[in-house]
Design a protein around this ligand. Structure first.
Ligand code: CAA
Length: 380
């Protein structure tokens, strides 16, 4: 067992920290308020290699391991969770999925642009009636000669308007249930592909969340990912890794709020002393620190499992379940430590508290993670 990060990991973590502080921190409050997508910042993330960290260097990726990815995710999420969800979806749901299961032609045409930030990706599984119940896909992809015809609606899609390429999950053969589901790469601007209005959200307000409509959209057969009927497995396998990314995002939100609360408690005075000298506050800091460390160990273990060829469905689900609860608990306490100031935007913690909630919902709710965990442990 080795709890030590390598020099390379430390370099990547520090580069992400530096980027977050210099490029993301300025304007983060305004972007949240105006629901403004961090376009310039995402472009820079691409140039610095943060959008395709784990993808093959052959296709412009960084060829890094998952540990490096979660370290960078944590640092960026401490400052701007709206930017980090763009990073997470592009890295773990889009680039990883294409790199692992795409054809050489798909990788050449799409992946090589997605890894560098030249293009952005979106992952479209959720529907109005298929959120947690992901096998109940209503979107259809009917096979015709050399193409498929897509019809249906997708909901709550991250990068909904900003993406260039969309991985869309759809039902081809309803009789075959989940074995009749496929995944397709759909290009923005395809005839019949419409982007709905932007969602007005509680948190991660800078991220770009939309519904999408497909009306007789023609998708060439070569844009299907994997064999016929592989779409549901593709979605599940990709989401297993995605959950590690979201767990790292939750960890970052928690540690960002903790660092602010700790610093504030060492400066703010009441009853003639810094508030950290009151046990009521000191114990909050102790609880936050302990739960964040526990979450970090779960996140790192899941990343390590993925890097070492172990099954990471269970460890990723546990990491996401625990880290997202930690993010909620810690951010609520960070607001409390800040008192009245915590309720005011300029202190950042109220935003982190709002941003934390989504980590218990997307890429599988906490209840879905408990299904994955309980099925896995009860099977043994
Ligand atoms: N890897 C590979 N295959 C898997 C798998 C995994 N992790 N999990 C399930 N499967 C396979 C099963 O083996 C089974 O295949 P076989 O029949 O060949 O054995 C098939 O998938 C169906 O599995 P289940 O019978 O377990 O299916 P289920 O209906 O009981 O549902 C579920 C399983 C875990 C609840 C699943 O539906 C699920 O994960 N739901 C949540 C969906 C989700 O995470 N949505 C997030 C949207 S994306 C998003 O949020 C992105 C964003 O923008 C931020």
């Amino acid at each position: 067992m080795d709890f030590q990060l390598t020099e390379e990991h430390i370099m990547i973590r520090d580069a992400a920290r530096d980027f977050a502080n210099t490029e993301l921190l300025p304007g983060v409050i305004e972007r949240d308020e105006k629901q403004e997508f961090p376009k310039e910042q995402v472009k820079k993330m691409g140039e610095l290699g943060f959008l395709g960290m784990m993808a093959s260097p052959e296709y412009g990726g960084g060829g890094m391991d998952t540990v490096a990815y979660v370290l960078a995710m944590e640092e960026i999420s401490k400052i701007d969770a709206s930017a980090s969800v763009v990073m997470s979806v592009n890295n773990s749901l889009v680039c990883w999925g294409l790199d692992t299961f795409g054809s050489p032609e798909q990788k050449e045409k799409y992946l090589s642009k997605l890894t560098t930030g030249e293009a952005l990706g979106a992952f479209c599984l959720s529907e109005p009636e298929a959120g947690s119940d992901a096998t109940s896909q209503k979107t259809t992809a009917i096979e015709k000669e050399d193409h498929y015809i897509l019809n249906g609606t997708k909901n709550w899609i991250t990068n909904g308007n900003s993406a260039d390429y969309y991985i869309v999950i759809a039902q081809t053969d309803r009789e075959k249930k989940h074995k009749g589901i496929n995944a397709f790469i759909v290009e923005k601007g395809s005839k019949g592909f419409e982007i709905g209005p932007k969602e007005n959200k509680l948190g991660i307000r800078g991220s770009d969340t939309h519904s999408l409509n497909f009306n007789d959209v023609k998708v060439p057969k070569e844009n299907r990912i994997g064999e016929d009927g592989f779409g549901f497995k593709f979605a599940m396998k990709t989401l297993s890794g995605g959950r590690i990314g979201i767990a790292a995002q939750a960890l970052g939100i928690a540690s960002g709020a903790y660092e602010l609360a700790k610093k504030y408690s060492q400066q703010r005075k009441s009853f003639g002393t810094e508030i950290c000298n009151h046990q009521a506050i000191a114990f909050k800091i102790a609880d936050m620190h302990t739960s964040i460390q526990a979450a970090r160990h779960l996140v790192m273990k899941a990343a390590w499992d993925k890097d070492n060829g172990n099954n990471y469905d269970l460890s990723g689900a546990m990491a996401k379940l625990f880290a997202s609860k930690t993010a909620m608990d810690v951010t609520v306490e960070a607001v409390q430590v800040h008192g009245g100031n915590g309720y005011v935007k300029e202190y950042h913690v109220e935003r982190l508290m709002r941003d934390a909630k989504i980590t218990q919902i997307y890429e599988g709710t906490s209840e879905i993670q408990k299904i994955v965990i309980s099925r896995s442990v009860l099977r043994d």
